[in-house]
Every structure is written in structure tokens, then in C-alpha cells.
Design a protein around this ligand. Structure first.
Ligand SMILES: *Cc1c(COP(=O)(O)O)cnc(C)c1O
Length: 387
């Protein structure tokens, strides 16, 4: 990176990258993803501060929404988090290796047929979503001759995962169905928690209360990130935030109370000056009207940047709009708003950061922050800002 006076020193992102200079892989990468574990920890604390007696788990499925389950879970565990949720058994096995035998690790999708042995060996807690999954878990318990822990998920109205009311009634009338199963948690999931005024929230809470009254007494859990903001009635004994830990706004339409965690910056590959009438990118979907200075940056749809996400890049706080189509490995930006020579090959422009937040990027892509994060590619150089 060529040093020039005034170069982006005021951007916190650039400070992180500056201090990481010399890290193996940084010079070779096209883009840099900075993951602020201190912000994750602050977000965890902020959520916990909203709780009364309820405990706060950490949802680290899908590699902690693409940000690195090992790093995120280690940071959360250091802050006292002792309960984690993943989606798949494979994710649970990997997390167990990272965290050791202490923490509770729940597997939200439950245990697929044939994976019971691995699940038991790693001490994972399966989330039982159907009588079928329950039968398999009971059989696994019988086979090894001891009780096995499980969460019972009931469907309180989302129609995605969990036992239907009829199935819960069967459990209530036939105690043998739960033989060999230690019920650690009774849980359900809200479909509309990010819309506080949606009547489904209260309806689901009511259904949850009716269903859990039919089951053995156990700690209860209903709220995801947005559910925490519905108020204490929704907290029960354990809350399960994911998105909010990673800086996604749990209260859409209102200011984001969480700290940003993911910062993405892409390197300039080359700059050029175009004359009027030049076609830019595939399909020449953009044509210059007059002279224009352009830069090509090292980020594309192969990095999980949606082709339709016509956003901008930022440098020194100046917006540099994307022009033309997003390619697999590169994007062309209009840098005419910057003084000539301000940007050179190797310089980093902000893609996700203080000027263009994750939720704003998601809006450009016609999706949600969750999808932007989990789509982020695997070519980035990653910098973990440790606590
Ligand atoms: C993903 C998930 C969560 C976390 O949801 P966020 O909206 O990311 O907080 C909680 N519970 C269940 C069952 C989930 O699938």
C-alpha cells in the first residue's frame, strides 16, 4: 500500500487494517473482512442488560452467520455465555472441539437418522422437533442404557419446526414416549418478532404457554434477537439471540441499538480515466456521459456480493457509486468525486462499514442482513479484533 498524506486515517476500518499490516495473507487477498469480537461481546452484554432473570444463549449456527463460529463462541464463552445453539450436528461437533466439554450445545434441526451416535459422543443436546425424532432419540438412550438430554420444540404457530399441538397432546397422555429423555428445555420460535405490533406474537406466546403446560416442567425459551425487544413476557428462562450479536438491527424501522461487527473493504486493482461514451462492464449497462475516472475493485458475486446489489463504495467518507454490472471477481466504481490521485492500486475502499451499514447493504440487495452475512465469501482476508 502506498502511503499518501491524509489517507483514510480517520476511518476505524482502515486503522484496523493498518495495524494488521504484515499479517500473512493480507497482501495477497482482494478484500478484507474485519470482525470485531469486542463489538460482539458488547452486543451480548447489551442484550443481557435487557433481561431480568433469564439467561442469554448465543446462536452461532451457519458459522456464526458467516463470521466464524469458533472465534465468536470463544469470545462469548469468555464473557460467561455457557449455552450455544447451532443448526446442524456437524456444526455442533466442531463447536464442541472448540469449547470443550463445559457449555451446553443445542442442535436446532435435531439429529438426522444415523447421526445419533456422533451427537451422543460429543454430548450435544438435540432439539426434538417431531415424534419421529423423539423415537430415534429414545432408542439411542435405550441403546446406551442412560438418559439423554433433549430440548422439546413445540410449534406455536410458525409451522416450520417443532411438534404440532396434537403431538404434544400425545406426549401428555403417554409418558412412555419420553422414557430415557431428560427434558432440558421446552422451546418454540417466533415468526414475526421483528414486527412488534403483529398479532402473531401474542398468539404464539399464548400457544406456547398452553403447550408447555402439557409437558414436563423444564426451563422455557421463546425469544430470538427481536423477541428480546418484545419485552420481559417473552424472555422466559433463556433467550436465543443470533442476528443482534452480529450487529443486525433487531428493531427494524427504529435506530439500531447494536454495535456493528462486520466491516468489509475491497482493494483497488486499477484506476483509469474514461472519455464520454465509453461502455462499462458486461452488457455495457452503463455508458459514460462525459469524462469519468473509474476504479476497478477486487470484490464480486463470487464473494457473495449479490449481483443486484447496486451500492457504492466509500473512501474518506466520499461515496463512490458502482457503475456497470457486478462481475464475478470485480466491480467498477466511479471515483470522479475524489481528487485525482487520491486512490491507487492496493488502497482499500469501504464496502460494509460506518458509511454503508449491513442493513443498508441488505436493502440494496433486496434482502436482509442475515443473508448478506451468511453469503459473504471465503476469499477475504479476515482480521479478528480481539477483546
Ligand atoms: C436462528 C434462530 C435463532 C436466532 O435468531 P435471530 O433472529 O438471528 O436472533 C433463534 N432460535 C431459532 C430456533 C433459530 O432458528
Amino acid at each position: 500500500m502506498v502511503e499518501r498524506p491524509g489517507q483514510a486515517a480517520h476511518s476505524p476500518l482502515n486503522q484496523d487494517v493498518q495495524s494488521a499490516r504484515g499479517q500473512p495473507g493480507l497482501a495477497e487477498a482482494g478484500a478484507v473482512l474485519t470482525i470485531d469480537l469486542e463489538a460482539v461481546r458488547d452486543n451480548y452484554r447489551l442484550l443481557k442488560a435487557r433481561l431480568g432473570k433469564a439467561r442469554c444463549a448465543g446462536v452461532v449456527k451457519a458459522d456464526a452467520y458467516g463470521l466464524g463460529a469458533a472465534e465468536v463462541a470463544t469470545a462469548l464463552a469468555a464473557d460467561g455465555c455457557d449455552t450455544f445453539f447451532v443448526a446442524h450436528v456437524g456444526e455442533g461437533l466442531a463447536l464442541r472441539d472448540v469449547l470443550g466439554s463445559g457449555p451446553d450445545i443445542y442442535v436446532l434441526n435435531g439429529t438426522p437418522p444415523g447421526a445419533e451416535g456422533a451427537c451422543v459422543a460429543a454430548g450435544l443436546i438435540t432439539v426434538v422437533n417431531s415424534l419421529e425424532q423423539l423415537a430415534a432419540w429414545r432408542a439411542a438412550a435405550n441403546a446406551i442404557g442412560r438418559k439423554l438430554p433433549a430440548a422439546l420444540q413445540v410449534d406455536s404457530g410458525m409451522s416450520r419446526l417443532g411438534m404440532a399441538p396434537e403431538e404434544v397432546e400425545q406426549l401428555a397422555t403417554d409418558a412412555s414416549l419420553l422414557e430415557g429423555v431428560e427434558v432440558k428445555l421446552v422451546m418454540s420460535h417466533l415468526a414475526c418478532a421483528d414486527e412488534p405490533a403483529h398479532p402473531a406474537n401474542a398468539a404464539q406466546k399464548k400457544a406456547f404457554d398452553l403447550l408447555r403446560a402439557l409437558l414436563p416442567a423444564a426451563p422455557a425459551s421463546l425469544a430470538n434477537s427481536s423477541g428480546i425487544f418484545l419485552g420481559e413476557d417473552y424472555h422466559y428462562d433463556l433467550v436465543r439471540p443470533g442476528a443482534a450479536l452480529y450487529g443486525i438491527n433487531p428493531t427494524p424501522g427504529q435506530p439500531n441499538p447494536m454495535r456493528a461487527v462486520a466491516h468489509l473493504a475491497a482493494k483497488v486493482i486499477q484506476t483509469r480515466t474514461l472519455t464520454g461514451g465509453a461502455g462499462v462492464g458486461y452488457g455495457h449497462t452503463f455508458r459514460t456521459e462525459g469524462p469519468l475516472r473509474a476504479a476497478t475493485i477486487s470484490l464480486g458475486y463470487a464473494d457473495g456480493w449479490h449481483r443486484r446489489a447496486a451500492a457504492g463504495a466509500y473512501f474518506d467518507g466520499v461515496r463512490l457509486p458502482f457503475i456497470g454490472r457486478v462481475s464475478m471477481d470485480s466491480i467498477i466504481i466511479d471515483i470522479s468525486a475524489l481528487p485525482e490521485g487520491a486512490l491507487a492500486a492496493g488502497d482499500l475502499v469501504e464496502i460494509i462499514g460506518p458509511h454503508q451499514t449491513l442493513d443498508v447493504v441488505a436493502g440494496h440487495a433486496g434482502t436482509i442482513g442475515y443473508e448478506v452475512l451468511t453469503d459473504l465469501g471465503h476469499r477475504f482476508h479476515r482480521i479478528y479484533k480481539h477483546v
